[in-house]
Design a binder for this molecule. Sequence first.
Ligand SMILES: Cc1cc2nc3c(=O)[nH]c(=O)nc-3n(C[C@H](O)[C@H](O)[C@H](O)COP(=O)(O)O)c2cc1C
Length: 360
Amino acid sequence: MISSGPSVELMAKLASPVQLGTRTLTSRFFLAPLAGYTHLAFRLVLRRQGGLGLATTDLVQATMLAAGHRKSLDLVETCHEDRPLSVQIFSGVTEDLVKAAVWLQDHGYEGIDINMGCPMAKINGSGGGARLMCDTRGAAETAARVVDAVRIPVTVKMRLGWDDQQITAPELAESLENVGVAAITIHGRTRAQGFHGTVNREGIRQTVAAVKSIPIIANGDVRTVEDAVSMMRQTGCSAIAIGRGAMLDPWIFRRLSEYAAHGSTSFEPSADEQVEFLSTHFHLMVQQYGDYSCQLFRKFAAWYGARLGVPEDLEDRLRRFESPAEFDGLTKEIRRRHGERACWVPTALVKVPNGPVSHW
Ligand SMILES: Cc1cc2nc3c(=O)[nH]c(=O)nc-3n(C[C@H](O)[C@H](O)[C@H](O)COP(=O)(O)O)c2cc1C
């Protein structure tokens, strides 16, 4: 039960919609993009639990998308139920971002997010992702070109900067607002930090202070309702994006929406709801990927095991099953044995790319 006495101002903010350019979103809690995870099936199964304000696709390479490559089209596959949705694009070449943005608008998408935060060497090496933050003027010019090319809202996701010596987020946020970017998501780490160390909420607060009116969406290490509320209090952000926390606790958006409505939440999914979640996610994947889903689903096993109370031997089999029929047999057994393993939100079990950031 969470009832930490929210302030009147915070409750009023939570109860009111947030505006991303021309888009009005009724919940201020968004799904952050997680490459390899935030596919259509995952977005849909999360939406069905309630409370999700906006989802964003995995990052999509701009040139490949505009050229209609199969893998990119899979990443942007969507449907009516999958709304509101933004598509995240990346490239170090402005012209490619513009082409992809126009392609997305022409194909009926409602929001474009430009990746300026990805720390991976192969993306930074070609001038994309977090590399854009090293040249704030160039990054703002790039964003301006994309904003001018489309009528739909354009947002940016970034980090605090390249490293502790180059904290460029506040300056860049101000420039991006001036060129018409509708909102900015900021992961409160530098590129050099990768996923290590703590999120610098003061850095996020300074970015909030640097803009006049566009929403700043705070991101990083939000795993619980308390985390989200303290993030809003400490940074003054307008909304929150949750990535890994949504895999660790698929009901976090529902809990947050209850909190936004009543100032407290005590929601806990029943055993049936937990097994149903697992089964629905997999079967939605099968609709998109067929039997290949068996392989794709394996990496979710570690995230879901503890949270969904899957006994450890069955979690191990979730990493190895080979057919939808085998999966259905497994979920029957999980249902029967549910309760053998305590359900908990594992805050430590968080998988991130390993090794030095320069090698990713
Ligand atoms: C496996 C993985 C994949 C990610 N993929 C993307 C991506 O495609 N685009 C992006 O902007 N950020 C990506 N991120 C960063 C997350 O969106 C988010 O900024 C970061 O994980 C911190 O938030 P969290 O603690 O809520 O997960 C990824 C992170 C992880 C762990």
